[in-house]
Design a protein around this ligand. Structure first.
Ligand SMILES: Cc1cn([C@H]2C[C@H](O)[C@@H](COP(=O)(O)OP(=O)(O)O[C@H]3O[C@H](C)C(=O)[C@H](O)[C@H]3O)O2)c(=O)[nH]c1=O
Length: 151
């Protein structure tokens, strides 16, 4: 696993009315602070990548549909420099993935339905100076291909 990346397996509590799933608690061992929480969605087949933050930590949960989350460690001083991690996550595999600053990340919606992603981040978004740095999703130096792998 890329250094600093943490994964929390989420517990779904179903009953006859529906279901409930906690995501992140202030008393979680992985809790790293609160800036804001937002919903972002991704249409089937769309890739949203590659993004990097220099300050904020992301806590990503896919609450509807499924995504392939990709992470790439481009930190030259990291023991896991050059490592790629991938997670298939969403309604069939409820996970929270914590992504530290300076780790490239992005995802592809691999379900037939729109994926709904809840991201709890450690800094509020600043529209005047967003903490957002990006690479092209397909034309870059990251050894991860977003094409579907049939087998
Ligand atoms: C994050 C954010 C964005 N915005 C505005 C900025 C744009 O006008 C619009 C879409 O933002 P963005 O292109 O950043 O949205 P996504 O491409 O869904 O980005 C998200 O998905 C990828 C994969 C990530 O990793 C990003 O960290 C995360 O921001 O919402 C706001 O007004 N407030 C906010 O908190």
């Amino acid at each position: 696993m890329i250094q600093g990346v943490k994964v929390k397996e989420l517990k779904v509590i179903p009953d006859e009315r529906g279901r409930l799933m906690e995501m992140l608690r202030v008393d979680d061992e992985i809790f790293a602070g609160f800036g804001q929480v937002y919903l972002t969605t991704t249409n089937p087949g769309v890739v949203k990548a590659w993004h990097l933050h220099k300050q904020q930590t992301d806590n990503v949960v896919c609450v509807a549909g499924m995504i392939r989350l990709g992470l790439y460690d481009d930190r030259k001083d990291s023991p896991t420099f050059g490592m790629v991690n991938q997670f298939f996550m969403g309604v069939h595999k409820p996970l929270l993935v914590q992504i530290p600053a300076f780790v490239y990340h992005g995802w592809k919606c691999v379900s037939q339905e729109e994926a709904l992603i809840v991201n709890t981040v450690t800094k509020p978004y600043n529209p005047e100076n967003p903490d957002e740095f990006r690479l092209d999703p397909h034309d870059n130096h990251i050894p991860l291909n977003w094409e579907r792998k049939d087998g």
